[in-house]
Unconditional design. Structure first.
Length: 168
């Protein structure tokens, strides 16, 4: 994946995360960075990156965009030709694979906004693997998932199967 494709993809995910139901525009990105990060980047700079006329970013721009999108700065470069994520297996790569997998899943479940947004939130967490391990521990504890859902999202808990609870 090229840097241009990655920036376009991140704008798409960010637009969905912010409830726009569409990719965030370049101008919206510039305004949000200024508001949330207190720094600026120009729309023309973003356009040059996405258009491929600027193939590399300055370190400060890469850091700014990485902080805004909550990705590792190393993600914001062109992948080497022939690069395949499945060929590497260290923990950091696993974390990146989980994030990409969840972001792709969020797109597949776009028709279910709650599931889509939850996958995006999990992918944006600093330690996605730990989030999944926590979910596994919750599911391993009989009745805990139901109790947590009742306490944290009662509207979701009462909306299941005509108000009936699923048995454990």
């Amino acid at each position: 994946m090229t840097l241009a494709e990655k920036i376009r993809y991140l704008r798409e995910v960010e637009g969905s995360l912010r409830g726009a139901g569409r990719p965030m525009t370049q101008q919206e990105l510039v305004r949000a960075i200024r508001k949330e990060q207190g720094k600026s980047i120009s729309q023309s700079y973003i356009s040059q990156i996405e258009g491929g006329t600027r193939r590399h970013m300055t370190q400060s721009s890469r850091t700014l965009l990485a902080k805004f999108f909550k990705v590792h700065p190393g993600f914001l470069v062109d992948d080497p030709e022939g690069y395949h994520t499945e060929l590497t297996s260290d923990l950091r790569t696993t974390e990146g694979k989980l994030d990409v997998w969840m972001l792709q899943g969020s797109e597949r479940f776009a028709s279910d906004p709650e599931v889509s947004e939850t996958l995006i939130k999990a992918a944006r967490e600093k330690d996605t693997r730990r989030c999944l391990l926590l979910l596994g521990a919750i599911l391993d504890t009989p009745g805990l998932a139901e109790r947590l859902l009742d306490a944290l999202k009662p509207e979701a808990a009462h909306g299941r199967a005509g108000g009936r609870r699923r048995s454990q």
